[in-house]
Design a protein around this ligand. Structure first.
Ligand code: HEM
Length: 418
């Protein structure tokens, strides 16, 4: 086979070094210089561990919208070999959920849940998001009064998305903390290059979540209500003649929602608060122009997306940006870098809430994030509550990022009252 056109031009060690540095505390606190280096190597760069890194906005966008590119589904995972990370318990289970399905299976499952957060259902959730946010700000105020300093991430960002999705799914309140802990561990399987110990944590969490949600679906079948799980059961009973298959489809939907919602939205909220407190003039402008709150959230999503990497595999031998990619090879869409592509954005490394931010942070094409309206609602609610209740809050210690490159996570964000 003809070699990749880009391969001879790239120093493999330079890419390895770049990713090692990206994983350090320094790299996580500001990945932008690393992304500039990556983009300077080309739009499509061979990944030292196999496959390619795609760095330009245009090519990432093209791949997401082109059906010739597929998600790594169960069949693809099996073809990688039993001993690979793709066949760990956690990865295999993720391989059965919506983001890892290709058409026609994907079309069928996606249609079964429809538009999760359309105008009406979002309106119903709005009250609960506002109430929970206010309660969390009460606790934040109390902590600031008592100790002078508080961790915004632990008290607000990590709590709101988790409480919201658990309440939306109708889970018992005493299980919320367990869900939050399990999802933190499970997400390791979705990292770029998880270590064996991270995969082991993820496997244990996956098995626990599996047990929990299979049991919950059985309870809802016995005693249906008007919660999403009962609604999905009614829908799937109309699709599948075998109730066991309907139960399994619903278990996989519940598992996915509880994994997709909290981790990403928590990072969005912490990143937003950090960026705006670091740019007080923009925060002040926003206070005077609250109609631009949604624009500020979009700029946060562009500037530092909760998820920096989306993966696809080639359905057939093909060419991308002049580089040959063979069937089944993986491409990592470096959306964190693409969102800063100077060919797409002017002054991409400047945080500016007054720009019309375009980004790939919720993906694109058929897998476009179904929870985007909920994530946006939670972020704008936190921002308006911050402006109303604590306009002079300040950062007291720099954020601490978890050492991950795919799914970003701010583990702590110290704040003080201004
Ligand atoms: C800021 C927060 C969020 C971000 C950045 C985010 C990001 C993403 C991305 C990038 C994808 C597509 C992955 C791919 O193309 O391979 C996705 C898919 C998905 N997200 Fe989100 N998400 C967020 C919040 C949520 C929430 C709150 C929910 C649910 C309540 C949710 C549910 C889903 C679902 C169900 C999919 C699968 C869609 C499909 O494959 O058809 N997400 N999300």
């Amino acid at each position: 086979m003809e070699p990749s056109l880009a391969a001879p031009l790239i120093d493999r060690r330079a890419v390895v070094t770049l990713f090692s540095r990206l994983r350090t505390a320094n790299g996580q606190s500001n990945p932008l210089p690393f992304y500039a280096d990556l983009r300077s190597m080309g739009s499509v760069v061979p990944a030292p561990w196999g496959g390619h890194l795609v760095n330009s906005f245009e090519l990432c966008n093209q791949v997401l919208r082109d059906r010739a590119w597929q998600v790594p589904d169960s069949a693809w995972r099996l073809r990688q070999g039993e001993k690979t990370r793709w066949n760990s318990i956690s990865s295999r289970e993720m391989g059965r959920t919506l983001p890892a399905l290709n058409p026609p299976h994907h079309t069928r499952v996606r249609q079964s849940i429809g538009n999760l957060f359309d105008r009406n259902s979002l309106e119903a959730t709005k009250d609960s998001v506002e109430r929970t946010t206010d309660r969390l700000f009460d606790r934040l105020a109390e902590e600031l009064r008592e100790n002078g300093e508080a961790d915004f991430s632990a008290l607000v960002s990590e709590e709101l998305p988790s409480l919201t999705i658990c309440e939306w799914l109708g889970l018992p309140i005493e299980d919320y903390a367990l869900m939050r802990d399990l999802t933190h561990h499970q997400v390791f399987a979705q990292e770029l290059l998880p270590s064996p110990s991270q995969l082991a944590l993820s496997d244990t969490a996956t098995l626990r979540l599996q047990e929990y949600f299979i049991d919950l679906v059985a309870k809802r079948r016995a005693e249906p209500g008007d919660d999403p799980i009962s609604t999905w059961l009614r829908t799937w009973d109309g699709i599948e003649s075998d109730p066991a298959k309907a139960d399994e489809a619903v278990y996989l939907l519940a598992l996915l929602v509880v994994l997709a919602a909290p981790e990403t939205t928590s990072t969005l909220i912490s990143t937003m608060v950090w960026l705006l407190l670091e740019h007080p003039l923009q925060l002040e402008w926003l206070r005077a122009h609250p109609q631009h709150l949604p624009d500020a959230v979009e700029e946060v999503l562009r500037y530092d997306s909760p998820n920096h990497i989306i993966s696809r595999v080639a359905g057939e031998d093909t060419t991308l940006g002049g580089v040959r990619v063979s069937k089944d090879q993986m491409v990592h869409l470096m959306i964190g870098a693409a969102n800063h592509d100077p060919a797409q954005h002017s002054e991409p490394d400047v945080f500016n809430i007054r720009r019309r931010a375009t980004h790939l942070s919720f993906s694109g094409g058929i897998h476009y994030c179904l929870g985007a309206p909920l994530a946006r609602l939670e972020a704008t609610t936190v921002l308006s509550t911050l402006l109303r209740r604590m306009p002079s809050l300040r950062i007291s210690s720099p954020p601490v990022w978890a050492p991950r490159v795919g799914f970003r996570r701010i583990a702590s964000l110290g704040v003080v009252a201004g």
